[in-house]
Design a protein around this ligand. Structure first.
Ligand code: TXA
Ligand code: MG
Length: 307
């Protein structure tokens, strides 16, 4: 685990334009100085990420976010309720230098989030400015939820690395755009109903695909083909079970607990992918309620059904 000295070293690396493997409560990120276009370019290169897909600016607190983005009442309310935590807000950009054009993919909006993980928080405080931090996977692959997975994906591109242990949530943040009507661009750990309780009904991302460029590609994909809603896997498939639909292979949560399933999802997809002799991965049905919406979203994209 990291020490305050590791945090200080990582902050120095960021100031020098280097990249840092960073734990958050959702997934591991690959962090860079959001205002340094050269550093941000290294992030896109390390991930093999298309430059039209913008990055999230991570900030220490809501005061820092207000310097980057135009906050309205809805943004204030959501930030007060869920920050620090797994919620990203897409808002009109207020400072186009602090989060450079490349980080925003040239958009006049900016995505901001204040992460809850103590190591992420300590690094943001030590660095003293916004950090972009996409999930630390190669573009299109499952997000890393352990330090080892993050190192295997993009560790070679990092000037400094921080080990914060396994990620508690295991799925990326919920992304909500507050540009016109509130819009759910990516379901996540903060659920639809939690957000709707504060800002009213959420419009769908698909109705406005240009506003959520990162949602177009096949994503989170293992190498083996993935079949969903399987109650009866084939002999040559690895089965990712859930609740009573589960057997010899991996069970995302034997108790049928969606939070446990979310925390296990990407690590189990990676592990199943390495099963010798398997022709595919079959996933048991996951209820579409609460956190299940985000789990099923990632599974559909991993299976290539969206975009
Ligand atoms: O939980 C998380 O959000 C993690 C951790 C590391 O903080 N980060 C993460 O970043 O998932 P990334 O880059 O893998 O996903 C960012 C998502 C993408 O779908 C991207 O298209 C969207 O946010 N996004 C970023 N800026 C946007 C903008 N201005 N408008 C619309 N979507 C935006
Ligand atoms: Mg990602």
């Amino acid at each position: 685990m990291d020490t305050p000295a590791d945090i200080a070293t990582a902050a120095v690396a960021l100031k020098a334009g280097g990249l840092v493997i960073l734990p958050t409560e959702t997934v591991y990120g690959l962090a860079a100085d959001a205002g340094n276009a050269h550093a941000v370019a290294k992030v896109y290169e390390a991930k093999g990420r298309p430059a039209f897909n913008p990055l999230i600016a991570h900030v220490a607190d809501v005061a820092a976010a207000r310097r980057l983005a135009v906050f309205d009442d809805r943004a204030e309310e959501l930030a007060a309720a869920f920050w620090p935590g797994p919620l990203t807000l897409v808002l009109p950009v207020a400072d186009t230098a602090a989060v450079c054009d490349l980080a925003r993919a040239g958009l006049d909006t900016v995505a901001v989030r204040s992460p809850a993980h103590p190591v992420a928080h300590a690094l943001l405080a030590a660095f003293g400015g916004p950090l972009v931090a996409p999930s630390a996977n190669s573009s299109g692959r499952p997000s890393p939820t352990t330090f080892a997975d993050a190192m295997a994906e993009t560790g070679s591109a990092a000037a400094a690395t921080l080990d914060g242990g396994p990620c508690q949530i295991g799925l990326e943040s919920t992304v909500v755009a507050l540009l016109d009507r509130p819009r759910l661009l990516r379901p996540g750990a903060v659920t639809r109903s939690q957000i709707e309780a504060l800002v009213g009904p959420l419009a769908e991302a698909e109705a406005d695909a240009k506003r959520s460029p990162g949602r177009l590609a096949r994503h989170y994909a293992p190498n083996l083909p993935l079949r969903l809603n399987v109650e009866d896997p084939r002999a040559d498939e690895v089965w990712l079970g859930f609740g009573r639909h589960g057997g010899a292979g991996f069970n995302l949560s034997a108790d049928g607990d969606l939070a446990e399933a979310a925390a296990n999802l990407f690590a189990y997809l990676r592990a199943a992918d390495l099963s010798l002799g398997a022709a595919g991965i079959a996933v048991a049905p996951i209820p579409d309620t609460g956190l299940g919406e985000a789990i099923n979203d990632r599974l559909r994209r991993a299976a290539g059904f969206v975009g």
